[in-house]
Design a protein around this ligand. Sequence first.
Ligand code: CA
Length: 227
Amino acid sequence: MPSILIIEDDQSIRQGLAIFLAEEGHSVESLSSGMEGVQRTAEGGLDIVVLDLGLPDIDGGQALKMIRSISAVPVIVATARDEEGEIVRILRDGADDYIVKPFSGAQLQARIEAIIRRVVGGTIRAPMVVSELVVDVEQRVATLGGVPLDLTRKEFDLLAYLAERVGVVVSKRELLAEVWRQPYGGADKTVDVHLSVLRRKLGESAAESRYLRTVHGVGVKLVAPDS
Ligand code: CA
């Protein structure tokens, strides 16, 4: 049963949506302030957050950024007509979808279903093959020359993120934001340390790189060794 959190200060909208979504078979929680919503999101266990932009305590856009810094949970932002100009910003700040008020429970339900199909249910993703390296995100297994690599959870996430973008230079800031969910992480050494361990496990070093190429001052990319 998908677990949905509604963050909405208007009591009649909040209750109406909660009742509708519960009848559709969701497990529904609802809160009326942004900070309570962020705190609840931090506790985890949610499949989707429906976030109102106009909240009494903090701006919904601000709440979205806070949620994104602590969680990858899909967020649907509910905006009023006069907030439509904010939609681009909201999507860039990490919202998965938006819905313009007034909207029906049925429309929200359809958007929730679409996200669940895409994100939660997902299609089975085929293993990614880069020369001798195979990264299977479904099984969470990576092999090099047929031999399984002994990776920690974050090392695997890092390798998978790069493998999904073969040949593309990814900045350390992006890795911190996307793999570690720390968009404001700044200058810490987390990424460097993990890259260095990953290199060792792939049987290479920064001086003699094969799969992991550092592009100085820009970031890192995963490539086939002979490219
Ligand atoms: Ca509101």
